[in-house]
Design a protein around this ligand. Structure first.
Ligand code: TXA
Ligand code: MG
Length: 326
């Protein structure tokens, strides 16, 4: 494929937003901001456009994509049936970082769902993306805008670096506010499960669901796209306890970087030491950005201080463990 001249568009400029919609409607790929991470979007009703996502990302074709819609009224186009449990959940968590798996509508292109009978749907809360979707009656299929298995981008510049020449445009909506991917919820009969942990936890969802919610450690619904190794920086990542982090810091090998949090390290920021906030929200928002920053230094190792062990940090543990795996 010849290299494209990738446009860099400003989400706060109405003309640029129009341009992004025009490109999407013409079947082009546009990277868009969401509140979680940047997505690599194509018109979800256009199978050919969606197929190009897999080429640009170098992603296996059987990995299902999430469909992003602008309002609940668009749901009927994507699912065969709106389940009874959905309205309460949607009212509370949408727009926001929650993807739900629903029975797919027969008209949904098979390339969107990786041939599955179900479809992942969410209403994202980034205001520019919401405007783009609702004002132009668009639904976009969008995986995170990173090459397969690499870190998800949280700024437009990161997307531009890795995707320029491969996609029509990047819409810059600023750094993402959440920083890691959405929670994925699947309900089958009387059984609710979190397939991918995320910023919204089982205990957040519980009051809005008529059945208990499980976060399985080993997924029963093993889906392609839910691979062990994923979200990886270029450097080798190691999760260490506080004592071992201290030892590595004292060795201060020139090819090593650090991701830490807590009072002990605050004020010790330097180019290869990223000190993140100690609360899960602040940490989540900065994690991928910090790993991207460290990767610029062409390090061999990144040592990450183990996060706290409680439910609010579950998704962060999940991402870090995948980032560490061989
Ligand atoms: O926050 C997010 O969810 C971001 C932004 C761009 O919205 N998107 C994202 O997409 O993380 P992606 O493609 O990187 O991850 C989508 C995940 C995969 O793990 C895939 O297996 C799962 O969603 N998924 C999609 N459709 C599914 C389905 N029908 N059944 C089960 N899992 C599904
Ligand atoms: Mg991804």
């Amino acid at each position: 494929m010849p290299a494209l001249n990738t446009e860099f568009l400003d989400a706060t400029n109405p003309q640029d937003l129009e341009r992004a919609a025009e490109l999407l409607k013409a079947g082009e790929l546009v990277a868009v901001p969401t509140e979680t991470v940047y997505g690599l979007a194509a018109d979800a009703s256009n199978a050919e456009a969606v197929a190009n996502i897999f080429t640009a990302k170098n992603r296996p074709k059987d990995h299902p994509l999430i469909v992003h819609i602008g309002s609940e009224s668009a749901l009927a186009q994507w699912t065969r049936q709106i389940p009874d449990w959905l309205p309460a959940v949607a009212n509370h968590f949408w727009p926001g970082p929650l993807t739900v798996i629903l029975d797919k509508h027969p008209d949904v292109p098979a390339i969107v769902t990786g041939e599955l009978d179900s479809v992942g749907v969410r209403i994202p809360s980034h205001p520019a993306l919401l405007r783009l979707l609702s004002e132009h009656h668009l639904a976009v299929a969008a995986p995170s805008a990173n090459p397969y298995k690499k870190l998800s981008p949280t700024t437009a510049e990161q997307v531009y670096d890795v995707m320029k020449g491969k996609i029509a445009a990047v819409l810059d909506g600023g750094p993402t506010s959440v920083g890691t991917e959405s929670t994925i919820l699947k309900v089958s009969g009387n059984h609710a499960q979190i397939l991918r942990s995320g910023p919204i936890k089982a205990h957040d969802l519980a009051p809005y669901l008529p059945m208990p919610v499980e976060t399985p450690l080993v997924h029963e619904f093993a889906v392609s796209g839910n691979k062990k190794e994923h979200y990886q920086p270029n450097a080798k990542l190691h999760l260490l306890n506080a004592e071992n982090i201290q030892q590595q810091l004292q060795r201060s090998a020139p090819n090593s970087g650090f991701v830490v949090y807590g009072d002990l390290y605050s004020g010790h920021d330097h180019p290869t030491l990223q000190c993140l906030p100690s609360d899960d929200q602040g940490y989540r928002k900065r994690l991928y950005a910090a790993l991207y920053e460290l990767d610029k230094h062409a390090l061999e190792h990144i040592f990450v201080l183990k996060p706290p062990e409680n439910e609010r940090w579950l998704d962060i543990w999940d991402r870090l463990q995948r980032a560490c795996s061989d």
